[in-house]
Every structure is written in C-alpha cells, then in structure tokens.
Design a protein around this ligand. Structure first.
Ligand code: GN1
Ligand code: MG
Length: 372
C-alpha cells in the first residue's frame, strides 16, 4: 500500500486546502500501520510543508469516526495551549476542499493532511536521559489536558486495543491452529510467553479510572524542540480514546528506557535502563501527577512489563499468521521484534525491585499530598 506513485500523491494532496501547489513529495517516517508522506508546497517565496497520511482502514475500521476524534482532541488541545500561552504545538488538521477533514479516494482509501510541525525532532532511542524526561512530561501533559475533554466519549478506534487478556487468548488460539506450520521453530518464544500468562490479567482497563489517553506513546511519537530539547508536540493520534493511563506510561518506558531499537536483532544490545526509568517517572509525575489516583500510582512499576509483554504477543501472533498486520522490512522482522521485546521484558523483570523502589521514592510526596 505504501507504493503510491508521486502523481497519485499529488492528486490526493490537491483535494485539500493547501497553501501553494505541490512541488514534490516524499515518503515519511517509519510507522508500522499507516502510510505517511511529506508534501512540499511552493507558495511564492515560501515553502509550506504538510503531512499526508493514508489511514489504514483494515486496522482502523471507522476512519470517519477516527477523524471526528482527531478533530475534537486537537481543537481541545489547541485551546488549552492558547489559554496557557505556551509555545507548545498541537497537530493541526487541514480541511479537504469539501470541508471535511478527510478525503476518500476512488479506491476507498481515506486520507488526511496536517500542517508539518517545524522545529521538532523525534527519536527512536533517546540520546540521553533528558530526552526521556521531556517525552514523559509531554505525554503526561497530554493526558492532563484531555482530562476535561467535553462531550460524548471518543469512539473506540480499535476495540480492546490494550486488552492484554484478549491478546493472549488470541495468541494461544493462533498457536493451537498453527496454520502456517511455524510453531516448532519459535517454541522457545511461545514457552516464554506461556510462562507469563499471569501478566495478561494485571492491568484490566475496567479496574482503573477511565480517561482519554494516547495509547501509542512510543518515544518517537513526541517531537522534542530542536534547540531546547523540550517536549513540543505529541503526534500520532489515531489511537487516542478512552483507556488507562498506565498503558501510555508503560509504552513510553518500553521505548525510552530501553538501550536499543524495538526490533534490534543483536539481543546483547537490548536491556532496561533504570536511570532512564527514573527520569520518566519524574517527568510524567510533573505533569500528570495531579490527575493520578493511588491505584494508578501503585501500578506504575509493573505497567512497562505488561505493555512489553503485550507487544511481544502481538508481534509473535503476527509472525505466526504470516505478517498480516505490522509492516515488515525483512522476512523475519516480526521475529526480531518479538525477541527484542522478550529480552527487554526479561531485563525489566530482573530490575523490578529497583523499579519499585524508584516509583516509591518518587511518588511518596505525591501520595502524602493526596492523602491529606
Ligand atoms: C504500531 O504504526 P505505529 O508505529 O504508530 C501499533 C502500535 C505498536 C507499534 C509498535 C494501531 O504503531 O500499537 O505499539 O506499531 N499501532 C497500531 O511499533 O496497532
Ligand atoms: Mg501509531
């Protein structure tokens, strides 16, 4: 699906109210689900950049509902940013010529355009602890700002997205069927997953306060300011819906308090970074601390293990099903992802006592304040 010709991309881009005409376009980013392009528009002396995305409607079954969420969330964030008079940024949708925030092409694909955010950078692995701290502050701020989103609940863009029990049960059913006959060669990974089934029941969203959360808080989903390094803009809003804050916190830890990429094939390079974890806890509490309830705080230390396990299950399931969901760049890509996630999970387990102590020390003042 990523193989759209440049002329087709221009044709789609021209369905939107862009400033200028599209001089060129390029494939952008490394998302695993949607297709993303940068558009360069020439407008007299200025060059305007936009991000054009095709929403993968096999994954997001209700793209129009998704765009309604997107527009409500960005309007709310924008008004909060204006109220506080900060220089933070928020994704800004560009309307299509028919006034809607998406365009449906003749193949039934859905597209949207946002203004390109200047001056930010994203990282797959943090260069230093400070970046992890800033990212955590930004995601905490995102949750805090959306705590009073008015109106009906957001639509569920992917039902049961972080239902780890359901992910596990589905994984087990795929193992039982083993339709492609791949199970034998990954038995060690399947055993690792089966031994940890209990993790599937530790964070059930229905047992936690229901909030508007991001649900895909990989480190590279926040832009950090090019010069100050401050968290500037949270991106990738497709999975923003009602959920549990712990999945956001956990997913940032999974991607930022880890020494290597999510799909690092050299497993000796993959381990958990406790000091970075501490910076993430501190950054997150700085902005989200006030909205958190004790039951959420009590699960901060375990949350990263749950989400890392969940991702490992999803990648392994996808491998066993023939790589249907996540984009792959090489034949055994999903297996590299599983191995790296399970290696990281084992490292998190080894450091669990330390992680608990860090959370205890960092949250004590907050819990004391909340109990008076
Ligand atoms: C997918 O496409 P991307 O990279 O934003 C996935 C996330 C995973 C992530 C792992 C809708 O996100 O849940 O954590 O890959 N998104 C969806 O890299 O499934
Ligand atoms: Mg995403």
């Amino acid at each position: 699906m990523a193989n759209h010709t440049k002329s087709f991309i221009s044709e789609v881009g021209h369905q939107f109210n862009l400033d200028g005409y599209i001089g060129s376009s390029e494939v952008h980013g490394n998302g695993n689900v949607n297709d993303t392009f940068l558009l360069f528009c020439e407008d007299g002396d200025s060059l305007n950049r936009y991000t054009l995305q095709r929403i993968n409607h096999d994954v997001f079954k209700n793209p129009e509902g998704l765009m309604e969420n997107f527009s409500r969330v960005t309007r709310h964030l924008q008004s909060k940013i204006e109220d506080e008079g900060s220089d933070k940024k928020c994704l800004n949708l560009v309307a299509a010529k028919d006034g809607r925030f998406f365009h449906k092409d003749s193949n039934g694909n859905y597209w949207r355009v946002t203004k390109f955010i200047d001056g930010g950078r994203s990282f797959d692995v943090p260069e230093d602890i400070h970046q992890a701290f800033e990212a955590a502050k930004a995601f905490g701020d995102f949750q805090a700002k959306l705590a009073d989103l008015p109106g009906d609940p957001l639509i569920e863009t992917i039902p049961d997205f972080h239902n780890t029990r359901m992910r596990f049960d589905y994984f087990r059913s795929v193992c039982v069927k083993d339709e492609l006959g791949l199970l034998n060669e990954v038995q060690d990974l399947v055993d690792f997953a089966m031994e940890r089934e209990h993790l599937a029941d530790l964070i059930k969203v229905e047992n936690f306060p229901s909030r508007v959360v991001h649900n895909d808080t990989k480190l590279n989903n926040v832009l950090l300011h090019k010069t100050t390094g401050e968290g500037m803009c949270v991106v990738d809003l497709d999975t923003v819906m009602t959920g549990c804050v712990l999945h956001d916190f956990g997913d940032l830890v999974r991607t930022a308090a880890c020494s290597a990429l999510e799909d690092e094939p050299g497993l000796e390079k993959v381990f958990f970074l406790p000091e970075t974890f501490e910076a993430i806890v501190e950054g997150y509490l700085e902005t989200a601390g006030n909205i958190l309830e004790p039951i959420e705080i009590e699960h901060l230390a375990i949350a990263p293990q749950i989400i890392t396990y969940e991702l490992g299950l999803r990648f392994l399931t996808d491998y066993l099903e023939g790589d249907l969901y996540f984009k792959i760049k090489r034949p055994l890509h999903n297996l590299d992802r599983v191995r790296a996630q399970f290696r990281l999970l084992a490292s998190m387990e080894e450091h669990f006592d330390q992680a608990r102590q860090i959370v205890d020390v960092c949250t004590r003042p907050l819990l004391d304040r909340k109990s008076v």
